[in-house]
Design a protein around this ligand. Structure first.
Ligand code: SF4
Length: 503
């Protein structure tokens, strides 16, 4: 007798892999803030890219209309995702490709390992892919005895440095040229020992190292920026040409793509090809765009696979307010304008997705109840710069506030010691509940000025408040409270009394 399913379908599964923080954001951020070199590298890089972006965006009189169009296309994709995925699969398969569905990181890694094993290869080349970082593919392949070589220059620097990417677009943004030279000298086989930190020399060293990999690898693994449902076409956008080498030279090509990357028609791509390069690198057009549709006999890889990855995306889609985070085209514009990211760098966000988009995407994919990620929605000043910069108009501040609310709700009723924020709010409630309470607190102002001393900064507070001053100084309080100042400046005038009486 066959089983009959009665009841509600299961809830969407949350994502796993490199999405969870291993320590809360405030602790990681405090550590990163102490790294002067990191802060100066980040400041230089983000300001350079953001100035370039502003210039090329200003060239387009219809930039706002383009943003609206991008946002509308993405909204329609989210509303119709299951049907678009089916259409994409049918067209990709009809043209000789094979589609594999992966619910989470473990399933995706197992599928890819099996596909590589089937070729007999022990090495693969990779073109930059956030999805494979998200599932921890390189680490997984290593445990299976398969070596994965990153071919994007910045990714290569991170990989050789046994480090983690700290930016979506410029993964090695936290390294300067001298640090890169030191990594190459220590880790790159066959490198010229007289290598200097001259950019041309560094690029040359990477080129000759990678060339041998491109020419010998039989399997390549790529990400995809877009998938077009109507034709079953995949697209990769990049700057160095390494992607094109990976996508054309090996016999087997395995692409890993998040299910949200679909566009309905080829015409939709036009909008994103205008939005993406301008927002990410501040260029009018990206140097290399590769598009492929299945297999072409005698040309390029003859064994073409696509792993369609969920890993928490349907959970994000189920959140009505948060789902627009899936509109993200990974341009990194929000990171380059974020005052929090500029000071802490990407590592503090723990997940593959750093910065403002990471602060909403990671908790949406893992669930805000995952304790590891519940500090992320607070990693923002809510200044709104990310919303202004986002080419697809994701209202990041609004989603941050929504997730903060969800976090508070998820902790209601749990017997937990009050947090620093809980105590602060309780104190504020008491202080502002009556003028007498506030007056009492104001009497402590001279004490505060005394504690600040000559530097006019309070550098250390005792007890629980010490966690606040551990990473920031408090300016000395003013000599008088606002209410005292007001009382002094606005001495009530004597009431006007009638002079002389009525005529
Ligand atoms: S959220 Fe917007 S600005 Fe940030 S990376 Fe995604 S598309 Fe770019």
């Amino acid at each position: 007798m066959s089983k009959v399913f009665i009841g509600m379908p299961p809830l969407p599964a949350f994502g796993s892999g490199n999405l969870n923080l291993t320590e809360p954001f405030p602790r990681a951020a405090a550590r990163e803030l102490g790294n002067q070199q990191l802060r100066s590298n980040l400041r230089h890089a983000t300001h350079t890219i953001r100035d370039k972006r502003l210039k090329v965006v200003a060239e387009l009189p219809d930039w706002e209309e383009l943003r609206d169009a991008g946002s509308a296309i993405k909204e329609s994709v989210m509303a119709d995702l299951p049907a678009l995925l089916e259409r994409f699969e049918a067209n990709f398969t009809a043209r000789g490709g094979k589609v594999h569905w992966a619910r989470d990181a473990a399933e995706a890694n197992a599928i890819i390992t099996e596909l590589v094993r089937a070729t007999g290869a022990q090495e693969v080349v990779k073109v930059k892919s956030m999805a494979t970082q998200e599932i921890g593919l390189n680490e997984h392949l290593e445990t299976e005895g398969i070596a994965a070589f990153e071919t994007d220059l910045a990714e290569l620097i991170v990989q050789l440095g046994h480090d983690k990417p700290s930016h979506i677009l410029v993964p090695a943004i936290h390294k300067n040229r001298t640090q890169v030279r030191d990594i190459f000298l220590a880790e790159m086989p066959g490198v010229d020992p007289d290598l200097t930190n001259d950019p041309a020399m560094l690029a040359g060293a990477a080129r000759s190292y990678l060339r041998s990999k491109f020419l010998t690898a039989r399997v390549a693994i790529s990400g995809a920026n877009f998938g077009i449902a109507d034709s079953g076409t995949l697209a990769v956008v990049e700057s160095e040409g390494n992607g094109r080498m990976c996508l054309t030279l090996p016999e087997t090509l395995i692409t890993v793509m998040g299910i949200e990357k679909l566009l309905p028609t080829f015409a939709d791509l036009e909008v994103f090809m205008a939005l993406l390069p301008r927002s990410s690198t501040g260029e009018r057009m990206n140097p290399y765009t590769s598009l492929w549709t299945g297999v072409t006999a005698g040309d390029g890889p003859q064994d073409v696979h696509l792993v369609l990855l969920d890993n928490g995306r349907s959970a994000a889609l189920a959140d009505e307010m948060g789902r627009s985070a899936l509109h993200c085209i990974r341009c990194s514009a929000c990171m380059n304008v974020c005052p929090v990211y500029e000071r802490t760098g990407g590592h503090a966000y723990g997940s593959t997705y750093p910065g403002p988009i990471g602060a909403i995407l990671s908790p949406l994919m893992t669930g805000i109840e995952a304790e590891e990620n519940n500090s992320l929605p607070y990693a923002s000043s809510l200044c709104g710069a990310c919303f202004d910069a986002c080419p697809v108009k994701i209202n990041i501040p609004e989603i941050l506030v929504h997730l903060r609310g969800k976090d508070v709700d998820s902790r209601r009723g749990r017997m937990k010691p009050p947090s620093q924020m809980d105590l602060l709010m309780k104190g504020a409630q008491w202080a502002f509940s009556s003028g007498t309470h506030l007056g009492l607190l104001e009497k402590g102002l001279p004490l505060g000025r005394l504690a600040a001393g000559r530097s006019k900064k309070i550098k250390h507070l005792p007890g629980l408040a010490a966690r606040w001053t551990d990473s920031r100084d408090i300016p000395a309080p003013p000599p008088a409270s606002f209410r005292d100042w007001w009382a002094k400046e606005h001495v009530p005038e004597a009431p006007i009394t009638q002079q002389g009486g009525e005529a």
